[in-house]
Design a binder for this molecule. Structure first.
Ligand code: ARG
Length: 450
């Protein structure tokens, strides 16, 4: 069934139908019915339908909602979209009065409404998933105790830090991602219903009332904007893509950590996969797929932006493609939060301590503390490193004599500062890689995540 047969002489061409119908909007069923129910009440209160008609429509819609909730709603290949399917089913249930439901409404404002209703709920769920993942990382950080690892720059060992500090870096990223879902939810909180096809209606509609019934905080100010814009959808996809990108960075680390070469982590059996050919293999596929799927979300974001860039106002059918993209991005993120969260939670993370060079900056800072310009101190330690490398020794082997040869301003005892434990202990500024900072971060994160 189409909602627009009147002006056409022939039925739709089959290829046209196959090309233009997109069933990915079927998941909007529940919110579509909720929106229609509120609309029915609004047009009733506006005097556009009578008591009996209102009762018939809302009663019928309640039955459609029940069918949807029970997974019993029957779709037809002839339903052009979710909106058509609901109106068709309503007609089967309540007869011709179903034809009054679309009073003062177009599928253009209807689909814009449905998307906002759907994404509003999804944003809350994704925020919860991100909180859960971040809390799990805080637990892992707590478990890590005072274990020290190398912090890397350029994937070369840089400075000693608590393992917990490294894990908490991801918790902070995910906390910001959670905040972004809160931000987009605020912009989604505007009802477009009443905008109609493009310019609203001559009927005495009450967009504020219907917005109130659906729990929206505000109502569209411009009908063309309301039906023709998808920036909030793009923003939602960005929220997903950015969160997924953060997970992908962690995933890349997990893949590295699980190698024999790194030896930082052991993936739990239930969250690893085997090889059909190599009997000894235990592969971190979840992490690899997080990385791989993150790439597809970057594609979704590019696509949802490209979708809008050439569109004249207001609604254009191109916009139908937004749903496939935003649902894909949202589904992938939801799945990654579950599967990857469980994988990281079950992982044993017991990295080796840092290599012998990570105290180089601390040694330079010992000189700086006694007034030596940093550039000179840097140069002195660089000279010391070069000498040690030639000798096949490392920084932790350096003697007082090695130090004073590199720079006479070194003093007895300076060699001690290069130990990772000492290095971490000596940091006192907030947010730095020290145990005190980690304790403060854990406290703050627990507060923010509770
Ligand atoms: N399936 C359409 C979409 O997702 C619904 C709106 C259709 N509007 C129209 N005028 N054809 O965009």
């Amino acid at each position: 069934m189409t909602l627009w047969g009147g002006r056409f002489e022939t039925p739709p061409d089959e290829a046209m139908w196959r090309f233009t119908v997109d069933v990915s909007d079927r998941r909007l069923l529940a919110v579509d019915v909720a929106g229609s129910t509120a609309h029915a009440t609004m047009i009733y209160e506006a005097g556009l339908i009578d008591d009996a008609e209102h009762t018939a429509l809302t009663g019928g819609l309640a039955r459609v909602a029940a069918e949807a909730a029970a997974g019993e709603f029957e779709w037809r290949a002839t339903d052009e979209d979710v909106h058509t399917a609901v109106e068709r089913r309503l007609g089967e249930l309540v007869g011709d009065v179903a034809g009054k439901l679309h009073t003062g409404r177009s599928r253009n404002d209807q689909v814009a409404l449905d998307l906002r209703l759907y994404l509003r709920e999804a944003a809350a769920e994704r925020a919860t998933g991100l909180s859960r993942f971040a809390s799990m990382l805080v637990d892992k950080a707590e478990e890590a105790g005072e274990r020290i690892v190398a912090a890397y720059t350029h994937l070369q060992q840089a400075q000693a830090v608590p393992l917990a500090h490294h894990l908490l870096a991801y918790a902070w990223m995910l906390l910001r991602d959670r905040g972004r879902f809160g931000d987009v939810a605020r912009r989604l909180d505007e009802s477009p219903l009443g905008a109609g096809a493009a310019a609203g209606s001559s009927l005495p509609l009450d967009p504020d009332r219907v917005a109130g019934l659906l729990g929206f905080g505000s109502v569209f100010a411009n009908s063309l904007d309301a039906v023709g814009s998808r920036d909030t959808v793009a923003e939602y996809v960005f929220c997903c893509a950015q969160a997924m990108t953060h997970l992908s960075r962690l995933a890349e680390e997990v893949v590295l950590w699980a190698t024999d070469e790194f030896g930082w982590a052991e993936v739990d059996d239930a969250h690893a996969t085997g090889s059909s050919a190599l009997p000894h293999k235990k592969n971190p596929d979840i992490a690899e797929l997080v990385r791989g799927k993150a790439a597809t979300l970057v594609g979704d974001l590019a696509a949802v932006l490209a979708l809008q860039k050439g569109l004249p106002l207001a609604y254009n059918r191109d916009l139908q493609e937004d749903k496939r993209l935003v649902f894909h991005a949202d589904d992938v993120l939801a799945g990654a939060l579950d599967a990857f969260g469980a994988m990281v939670a079950a992982m044993t993370i017991t990295p080796p301590g840092p290599g012998p060079w990570v105290g180089a900056l601390d040694l330079a800072e010992a000189l700086v503390a006694r007034g030596v310009p940093f550039r000179e101190a840097h140069h002195a330690v660089g000279r010391l490193v070069a000498t040690l490398v030639v000798r096949g020794a490392s920084l932790t082997d350096a003697t007082d004599e090695d130090l004073t040869t590199a720079d006479p301003r070194f003093e007895h005892g300076d060699a001690d500062v290069v130990s990772p434990t000492e290095s971490v202990r000596s940091r006192t500024t907030s947010g730095a890689g020290s145990h005190a900072s980690v304790a403060a971060q854990i406290g703050r994160l627990r507060e923010l995540l509770s």
